[in-house]
Design a binder for this molecule. Sequence first.
Ligand code: PMP
Length: 766
Amino acid sequence: MSHQKITDAVEAAWDIRGSVRRLAGENENFLIELSDGEHFVLKLASEDSSRERILLEHVGVEAVFESGLGVALPRLVPDHEGSVAATLDIGGNSPRLGRLLQFVPGDAWGGKAPVSPDLLTELGNLIAQFSRALSSIDHPAAHISHNWDLAAAGTHRSSIRLVADNNRRRLLATQFERWAAAAQDLATVPAGLIHGDLNDENLLISDGKLTGVLDFGDCLHNPIICDLAISLAYVLLDEPNPWQAGARVVEGYHAIRELSTLELELLYPLICARLAVSLVISAKRRQIDPERAAWYVTEARAWAFLKQHGDSDPTDIADQLAALIDLRPYPDRGGSPSELLASRGAVTSAAQSISYSNPVKFVKGRGAYLIDERGRPFLDMYNNVCHVGHCHPHVVQAGQQQMARLNTNTRYLTDAHIAYAERLAALFPSALCTVFLLNSGTEANELALRLANAHTGHEDILVVENAYHGHTRKLIDVSPYKFLGPGGKGSPESWVHVVPVPDGHRGVYKGDTRETGIAYGDAVGSTIQAAGRSIAAFLAETLLSCGGQIIPPPGYFETVFRHVRAAGGVCILDEVQVGFGRVGSHFWAFEAYDVVPDIVVLGKPIGNGHPIGAVVCTREIAQSFEALGMEFFSTFGGNSVACAIGQSVLDVIDNEGLQEHARTTGAYFFDALCELERNHTCIGDIRGRGLFLGIDLVEHDGITPATALAGKVVEVLRERRILTGTDGPSKNVIKIKPPLVVTQADVDRFVWELDLILHRERTGSG
Ligand code: PMP
């Protein structure tokens, strides 16, 4: 495209004639200088920009202009037909859309640091005034996302792999993780039209004053706070005391538009996320054109900044940013973990266990993250209770609304109770049609045992080695994990019969074939025969968590159920840990086997953390129980709030496709772990289904449980802010059962950290 053509095209559209010079930068911008010294900028629209977007920019610029801010802006000059953009014939294959803007004089802020405190305050004022002028504009073309959309920064997370250096990748992972933990809050703070790119090249200074703002091209509907975060991300880069400088900007902003404590909390994660996005985009661009210097102006500075400030305590930074304003971010952080631990020791029993040698204090939960009192997110890889994500807004709202309307018990007719029971029952095979609602997995298992006893008239219970089913006296008696564990009384009660764990890796029968499953099933038959007594029930988890994340081989339950039913017993499957879509392929784990249990026990994920338990059984079993004549009542079981929350959990599983997500993310996780297994001989087995996985760690012989190693891995992961635990009789299995909202990027992070830990263990380094 020749400059002569551009000159002519500009004259044709705007009746002005001047010399043409291409401006530096990413976009196709040209400076038009008239003979009288007046300047304009011709902007050629990129292929993806539409007239609507151009119109939106125009509306945004005019709104800021109208607000009387007093800085020069790239105001649009309509063409002689009054249109915001003209179709220009400037050579090339087809005409181009172009617009003429008023030239904004001044020097870019970039390269001027350190700047005066007054200028920083002025910047804060300006960003807030932008927010005031823009945020109420609602325009369809604003509801888009683009590469630099800070509210969608997570989409760049998987590109971390383009960065070769391990430390740098970890640094980026930290930023994206903090962003992911903040995303839920980001969705709740005020949003509106923002400039979208108030970076240090778009802020112009003359004589030490802010005199102009450029480039509204990235404007979009976003959390309003993003404009402040984006600007800070750039102007703080070269400041010797960035947070002190940032506090000035925040002070200036707060004077015009009051920040909330939540917005203050979000600033640091957003500032760092913006830099991480910039770095990832640079890494992508290097693959396209490593020579194009304009693409990398921020790169070195951003790395230096993140290296120094990218792994700080968010509460410290928020405090520093808020130092000059009367607002205390993180109002809920409370005392230190050590203080709390001391008070806990004084007020609770030492029997109440606590995780990790360095216990963690949490003040908030978001999605797959728990956030400590220093604002640092921990990736939660094993708390299966918060099934649809910690503090899921839909669940929270359902509970709050129901609590405000009605909360009563099942002695009255309530829609909440019956609607929920119906919805739950509909998720089961038709034979399982009667629902009892309780308050915990323990209570549900207790009731299940009573139902079995009522229906069969028998007492004896078959349980699996190392199983855990609850904490009451009766359930401890049927939980080998407890009665054979520390403080247990050793041998089972005479009415409890322990059957082998169907573990194809370590158990008596090896493999995961149907033959193995049948062999383990027949072992239950042998136990029944040896006992020589009538059986009330077989009680087992469908997949055995305490047993070591064991997946029973095919044919197992089919065989067991046959033996148990022949002995007059009923079959109870405890799906407290594995139900509600966790296994991915099915909603209930038992559906992967060709069986229908007589009683199913539910807990943990059912209420996403709200205490709910449930028993679902056949009509016949319920009738036998009714025939005893004793009423069934649980004060809180089935209360209106619990039912509303239970409904909301099912809503989220449906709405967010979490069962399918568990299937795909679980398969991705499984494959990544198998890859790791190939590189580390201390991994003896990877097993699992969906997002219920186990990593079996072994000694050099390939089979002896590596208990100490597993314990150490869990502790080191905790120091890396990843939460897991061990399970299995030898406590050598790392258990993985995260909230179902965990992402592939979270999985990558876990696998990568585990790889590093195991590598260090092997080489003795670090
Ligand atoms: N069954 C299983 C399989 C469990 O894992 C648990 C709890 N860990 C329970 C029952 C008991 O549930 P709760 O703690 O809700 O009483």
